[in-house]
Design a protein. Sequence first.
Length: 546
Amino acid sequence: MKGRPFLAGLLVVALLALGLGWGGWWWVWQRGPLQLQHHTLTIPRAARFVPRQAPLALYLFSDGERPVDYTRAVAPLRQRREAIKSVERLRDGAFAAAGLDYHDELASWLAPEMALSVLDAPEGEGGGSWLLALSSKDEEGARRFLQRFWQARSLAGSGLQISQYRGMGLISGRGALVGRDPVPLATALVQDDLVLIASGRATLERALDVSQIEALNEAGLAPLQEGVASLGEGMALVVARSGAFGPWLGLPALETNSGASAPLLVGALQPRGTQLVLNGLLHTPAEATEIPPDPLEPAPGPGEMPLPEPALLSGLGGRSDSLAILRHPGALQRIPWLGPLVRRITTPSAGGPLPPLLAAADPGVLLLSQSPEGWLAGTSGPIPHPDILEAGLAAEGLIEAPLEVAGEQVTVWTHLRAIGGSEGRNKGSGEGLRASVAGWRRQGEGVAWWGETLAQLQNRSPGRGLLARQRQLARLNRPDAPLRWVLGDEAASKLLQHWRPWTLMTTLAGGGLADGPRDLAFALDAPEHGTTRWTARIDFAPGSHG
């Protein structure tokens, strides 16, 4: 009986130690760099100051150090130093593009939330009016920054004007940002810890005006609220209207009828280990997602039902640098804003007319693989029948012919061209004809295989990169998405080098991202009630391409 108080005391001490240990672990985890990949999205505070019609707004839920710390935690040891330098150059370059020196002006006081908004559609290479919002760890940091900001520009000869607007103190004048010519600038301090920097007094006053009325600012925007709730996690949010699709995001512009609601994209950026995951919602008017009617080939009859998608994947052979699965590509490419992407996927470089004709015929499920050896496609069941493609192939000057390869009957399409000179001489003949293969078709058990070169018929085992592409598809975890596209390092780098956001990031990072990702994966759901959900994954881990 006397031992009970002692045991009870030990139990209390053990529970207390366990609680303190768990609490300490939780505190470290919540503030550790890896927590960046589990940040819960919220409506950004700065969204109150962004007009709803702004073409582009970027909200970052981080300060300038967390991305660097995160990179240090997840980068492979051999690439860690260069990866950290790339992220630091990207951060410093981004602030330098805004005319600010991160280390001298921002590092000591910047808090984890900032925003940049372009308030007018950009014209040419320049931009319209803009607004930058920076959060401060404390009111002293924000005040010191503004004091030094304007003191440096006043010493450079800029005339300052101090005034009151909606109860806030505004400072405006013509000041030179770092490395720039003097331009109109205006600043305001909101609630002692939010610094607003705008491209002129009128722009800043407009931001303060819309902050008073929820119906005029992005904080009360229904698609943004829906995106925050649906996307869940992310370290950054982007809100873009059609005016920014081409100039800033490198996306096709969406044309709408007069009076229709403007297309709107809400995306979230989330780091996951060595991957960057972009999830988003694209809101489009009803007429932009309606599929125009088009007569397709009749559905297969009894006993001719198409095979499921896994049967296509298991039968695919050869190399693969790029692999796409499209369900009803003919219908997808008739959606106005989606058509350019589908045509880009189904038109291989120098691949001839057969792949786009095959996609337009809408085979149900189309599997399309590309490599230096050429393109290779698979369709399930008898759809589409070669007769459907006959007119299109004949218009390209292609001739259909049967051919036996390794005991199998194959249909080939060839192009005849006249040759002359020494190339065409044959025992005194001055000219001749040469046939070049533009594509072939082989009917298997429930699967039709289509290819570019006859050499592909001899190589049916999985080659370099194919297993890696299949793993990428599995990691997407979107088996019902009607469009999935995965690319290895070379194909991904080739695609991204022409994408405006990537070229901009590479420039800001001083070329540190020039090597590109190890692989890229993209999935797009079917439009539903004017909303399309999409996912993209960019992996920077060495060796992930297989």
